[in-house]
Design a protein around this ligand. Structure first.
Ligand code: TXA
Ligand code: MG
Length: 343
């Protein structure tokens, strides 16, 4: 199959037509690029799982362009859910609600609940509107790889597997939406994003964090979002998270452990100069340390670039676990298989 990359009005119209015809299409959202298909066509949904190589027990997020459309996929929407949607939609927030019975099991991997969000991206909203159906869309990467934040990333992973990529430039957020489970007694964050637990607390008065967000899931401990249990966001290179300020210690660690390997460092722009050393091939600033949001935005792009440059090992700077830093550390720890060193 030939994969086209298109932009503008023509791309939106074509995308909507392909979705209606039961095809898959990659399109931009404010978080990451999604690989979409019509929620109500199980054969089309199957194509998403095949193109990504995604395990079939990992459910998808339904994207809607209006509250009216939400009613086609969810029932018994609680007051808490309404408050959150009002505060953050359109935007990088996914809510877990009770699913409407006629939503095919393939979308929700057999769960009685459904994940729904209204993206804050004109192109995405237009495609959903034109297709006139909720669009199920996971991130448009090969399963296990960092999510794509540009059309080029999607092409790298999906070339030959899908008919169309709608190019809307770089994603402004760079990490996936915050997922909040509202089908349980106490609203619970299942995946952190740039909408922070503090912001959700401010709207609902209460919120819990899934205990597995920053920890390697122990035996018998299952994250509530099935997708969070898999090896995820991983480039080909080994990733090691480093915590601490002593650049010299990091550099001597690298000297001891990575003789003859190609080593790259991902860090805040403030730190770039401190890590310069003959043993480090590439130092890539991905944002600003004091603004976790900027580090979130640059993370996946940074991981992918390191692979392109053929690095064997990537050392990536840790951030404090607060605010958007929770989302950054959640993704980074998974990419690193929870390998952390103190320097
Ligand atoms: O920002 C985003 O959310 C992006 C863009 C494309 O919208 N999408 C995205 O989809 O990140 P995906 O498939 O990569 O992640 C969906 C996550 C998975 O971890 C999945 O397990 C969880 O949502 N999920 C979906 N339905 C669920 C449900 N009913 N209950 C719990 N978790 C669910
Ligand atoms: Mg994903």
């Amino acid at each position: 199959m030939e994969t086209c990359i298109k932009t503008g009005e023509e791309a939106i119209k074509l995308a909507a037509r392909l979705i209606r015809q039961g095809e898959t299409v990659a399109f931009p959202t404010e978080t990451v690029y999604g690989l979409g298909a019509d929620v109500f066509q199980p054969e089309a949904i199957k194509k998403i799982y095949i193109a990504k190589g995604r395990p079939s027990d990992n459910p998808l997020i339904a994207h809607v362009s209006s509250y009216k459309m939400l009613e086609r996929v969810a029932v018994n929407v609680s007051e808490d859910a309404k408050k959150l949607m009002q505060a953050f939609w359109p935007g990088p927030l996914t809510v877990i609600l009770q699913k409407r019975e006629n939503v095919p099991d393939a979308v929700c991997a057999g769960l009685p609940t459904i994940a729904v969000r209204m993206p804050q991206n004109e192109i995405a909203l237009r495609i959903i509107e034109e297709a006139d159906t909720p669009i199920a869309a996971p991130s448009a990467n090969s399963s296990g790889k960092p999510s794509p934040t540009s059309a080029g990333h999607v092409f790298h992973d999906m070339n030959g597997k899908i008919p169309l990529i709608v190019d809307g430039g770089e994603c402004s957020v760079g990490v996936e939406s915050t997922i909040v489970d509202l089908s349980v007694e106490i609203p619970t964050v299942l995946r952190p994003g740039i909408i922070t637990p503090e912001e959700i607390q401010a709207v609902l008065g209460r919120v819990e964090l899934d205990p597995t967000l920053l920890k390697k899931p122990a035996e018998g401990m299952r994250p509530k979002a099935p997708g969070m249990k898999y090896k995820h966001y991983s480039p080909n290179a080994d990733v090691i998270v480093f915590q601490g300020e002593q650049a010299d210690n990091l550099l001597s660690y690298i000297q001891q452990h990575d003789n003859g390997k190609k080593v790259g460092i991902l860090c805040g722009v403030e730190k770039k100069a401190a890590y310069e050393s003959p043993n480090v091939e590439v130092i890539l600033p991905i944002g600003r340390d004091e603004d976790a949001k900027t580090m979130c935005k640059g993370l996946y792009e940074g991981l992918r670039k390191m692979d392109e440059m053929g690095m064997d090992v990537i050392y990536a700077e840790a951030l404090p676990v607060a605010g958007e830093g929770i989302a950054y550390m959640n993704r980074l720890l998974k990419a690193a298989g929870y390998c952390v060193i103190e320097i």
